[in-house]
Design a protein around this ligand. Sequence first.
Ligand SMILES: Nc1ncnc2c1ncn2[C@@H]1O[C@H](COP(=O)(O)OP(=O)(O)OP(=O)(O)O)[C@@H](O)[C@H]1O
Ligand SMILES: [Mg+2]
Length: 290
Amino acid sequence: MLDKRLVFVTGKGGVGKSAVAAALGMVAARRGRRTIVAEVAARDDVHRALSGGASGGFAESELADGLFALSVDPQAAMEEYLEDQLSRPLAEVLKGSRIFGYLAAATPGMRELLTVGKLWELAQPDRRTPGAEPYDLVVVDAPATGHGLALLNAPRTFAEVAAAGPVARQAGVIQATLEDRSQTGVVVVATPEEMPVNETAFLRDELGDRLDLVVANAVRPDRFDDEEASRLAAASGPAARLALVAHARAREQQEQLRRLTPDAVLPFAPVGATGGADLERLAEALEATL
Ligand SMILES: Nc1ncnc2c1ncn2[C@@H]1O[C@H](COP(=O)(O)OP(=O)(O)OP(=O)(O)O)[C@@H](O)[C@H]1O
Ligand SMILES: [Mg+2]
């Protein structure tokens, strides 16, 4: 898994995709892979989670030894692409115009293609950005389910509308990388709840053998066995009632875990007052399965 060049992390909204992507990046960097965790969206969650609050923006920034983070923005990716392909003055003119908005609105899959093109570029041994060092591994904190799939299939979608020309050729090269299991992996994250588990089943169908790893996240321990539970049920008082509620929730989780059949199980591990995930604990749990 960590020997691939691109690993996409997707799943239902809010299940811990950013946390798992960050923890995955930590594990890879510790194993000596020069790794970048790239968030797709302008929100920069990964950088904030890993750096304890500071926003890193659209520049590649080093957070720990061999671990970098970046937020990928389609507009910035477009500007980079124009600068690379055209003379500087012409690129400047196009950047200043509203052409990007028009093109993106008129061309299905173009935003996703630019985004995925940037992710692909990060993982190329010979990066087109002058002076940029390549990464061994790009962990993509991808958007939730539907948009995540759109990203993984963007070059194909684009090729269907623009059948010829240099962009279509480049899209073909990128799609080949995305569909090559030795180079690209997909991780689906779910919490042990009905809807995230349903979305995982959907993603399993859509992705087929492109899916490498199903991660159950934020799993709480079940502290009581059946006998203890019935003794709790017979007891009175608020503490016993709270314990029973926790027990019932753990039971429901177990049921959902049976449906999910995950490859890795990560604990519910909040830290401090901020409540964000304890990435160190998630990395430890992942380390054991990778
Ligand atoms: N194992 C965990 N234990 C405790 N808290 C967690 C765990 N995993 C994630 N969290 C917390 O849950 C919240 C949602 O996690 P995260 O932002 O990683 O989800 P996401 O799937 O990336 O969400 P979005 O779809 O909005 O991008 C965050 O506050 C995060 O710190
Ligand atoms: Mg996220």
